[in-house]
Design a protein around this ligand. Sequence first.
Ligand code: UT7
Length: 331
Amino acid sequence: MHSKPKAIITGVEAYIPDYVLTNEELSTMVDTSDEWIMSRVGIKERRILREDGLGTSFMAAIAVERLLEATKTDPSEVQMLLCHTVTPDMVFTATSNIICDKVGIKNAWGYDTNAGCSGFLFTFETVRRFIESGAYKKIVLVCGERMSSIVNYEDRTTCPLFGDGAVAMMIEPSYEDNLGFQDSILHVDGIGRKYLYQTAGGSLYPASHDNIDKRMHFIHQDGQSVFKHAVVGMADVSEEIMKRHNLLPADVAYLVPHQANLRIIDATARRMGIEKDKVLINIERFGNTAGTSIPLAIWDFKSKFKKGDNLIFSAFGAGFTWGAILYRWAY
Ligand code: UT7
């Protein structure tokens, strides 16, 4: 009789748009500079899906197709597909359903999740529970964002920050070696809705000329307030999950943090006592891709990981939402 399976990642593939929006180009659009963006945030460039008529599902479907090919999975084998996004193609239907249709996944069910920049953590926790139930053998977790669709490129306080992209992961059960998803600490506090939000287009402020005139369909952020909460929240949970598992800095192979601001990442790593070379950072090339940023870093750096490596995934985002996952790399 097997004990409960663990959820393991068996494939990670991505789609990154070709267009590179550099700090130099942004400096021609708003009053900003490469020097300000690099020193305050750490972003050099971000990818943008510029073509009209393409939504998040365009990028996510390509990432899923690549995943099916890389893992030699027939679409009919997939039992569930969850899509995390704050930029769904439409308010409804769910982007997960659209992706399944585009890639020919016909025997699965699924839905979208929305937990801001902590979305990967929250969705992976959900997937993990389905896998641990023993009832599911192949779940696709896809995170995708077309953040450029909700960014106001006249607002210098937000437009340098965000980028687009999609990453798909195959999650399967493993009964061996105590690998895969070990533990999580996840939090929400709705007080954060005052500091980071897109108000228009939902049921509270349905689409109208008035709220478009007021730019309510774009992202708004009180950067300093979010920063203060993020620095404490991300560091707290990352340290807490280490303590809970009696992990010393030497026991952690890599911290894979949400990529919102290099200074937040540095503060988290300092609190954990982790050396710089164990912190996986690609914010410079991709900016903040919201809930997609941790999967994008996993995809980017997966060749570094060895079986049994302890990874800590850690994020803070709109809501507020925040948390950390302890994951043991499985291949
Ligand atoms: O991913 C989801 C969670 N989000 C986050 O974790 C983001 C958290 N917040 C942050 O990362 C930072 O607060 C920002 C990067 C958004 C802003 O950095 P900051 O160091 O907090 O800057 P600030 O908002 O305090 O602004 C400092 C100054 C202001 O000018 P004054 O008032 O001092 O004259 C801004 O107007 O910098 C100015 N500023 C800019 N200057 C050049 C703001 N944006 C820009 C810009 N270029 N793009």
